[in-house]
Design a protein around this ligand. Sequence first.
Ligand SMILES: NC(=O)C1=CN([C@@H]2O[C@H](COP(=O)(O)OP(=O)(O)OC[C@H]3O[C@@H](n4cnc5c(N)ncnc54)[C@H](O)[C@@H]3O)[C@@H](O)[C@H]2O)C=CC1
Ligand SMILES: Nc1nc(O)c(N)c(N[C@@H]2O[C@H](COP(=O)(O)O)[C@@H](O)[C@H]2O)n1
Length: 255
Amino acid sequence: MTSPPPFLAQHLPLDKATASRPHITVTWAQSLDSKIAGVGGKRVILSGSESMLMTHWMRTMHDAIMIGINTLILDDPRLQINLLPASPNLRPPQPLILDPHLRFPPSARLLTEYLTKPSQRSISLHQPWIICSDQVSHFKIRALEGSGARIIPVKVDESGRIPPSSLPTVLGELGLRSVMIEGGSKVLSQFLSCKDKREDGSPLVDSVVVTVAPTFIGDGVGVVPEGEDKGLPPLRTLHTETMGKDAVMVCAIDI
Ligand SMILES: NC(=O)C1=CN([C@@H]2O[C@H](COP(=O)(O)OP(=O)(O)OC[C@H]3O[C@@H](n4cnc5c(N)ncnc54)[C@H](O)[C@@H]3O)[C@@H](O)[C@H]2O)C=CC1
Ligand SMILES: Nc1nc(O)c(N)c(N[C@@H]2O[C@H](COP(=O)(O)O)[C@@H](O)[C@H]2O)n1
């Protein structure tokens, strides 16, 4: 595969995205028993080589990629596009970490690789940007900034949460036209179940891309955290593609 799978370009209208109306894609890989990780959050490689490659193409199509801090701590991901051919024309997305209390460890690969190997295969890595609560102490912010990350304090609600509906504004202020939300379960379910609509009446999430792997995990982390399965919206399937052993579904929220 030397260019993005055509079904992605066809069903993710990213060319229409702007900083004032950013495109939000939610994506994950799951087992047949709806798990995204093993016991205690142990990372499981669910995607086969074909669908993993598709995920890397999808990363190049978005300006930013967002994960929750638990995923950062448990997986220590790179969020790179290293499975794609080396090309200065292919851009990795800007990593955004949702981390209200600044638990981000300075030893995270996302930061250490940016600091020690900022250019890989002619591709410049991005500085990780951490979205935290505006209630976090200046001391904590300065300490993590000193380690090399960019910290973006954002207004939180009464439960200390960054309201998912504020994401388009946050992205717009950062000049980002699109984001791919890659998990984990708390982040995915919050964004999917957000009831607030955009000003134009469209749902907060524009696209949902799910890789289903033909495997069972058993005990582990579900796509939706236990007890938080209320208020998830119906989805409309736009396309299903078989990629190697996996099925990839592209959906939209059915309003
Ligand atoms: N198979 C797959 O595609 C993927 C699997 N995973 C797995 O997911 C697991 C982690 O999932 P979770 O434990 O649910 O954690 P998570 O990665 O969703 O992070 C949750 C944390 O993010 C922060 N957060 C989330 N929403 C927020 C909001 N609205 N405002 C402020 N902060 C917010 C909070 O600190 C919260 O505790 C890992 O085991 C990882 O391996 C993660 C990504 C993709
Ligand atoms: N698409 C996909 N398939 C899987 O099987 C997965 N476990 C994940 N996990 C997500 O990818 C991140 C790691 O990516 P890199 O190795 O850094 O490229 C991980 O943190 C999850 O967000 N995704």
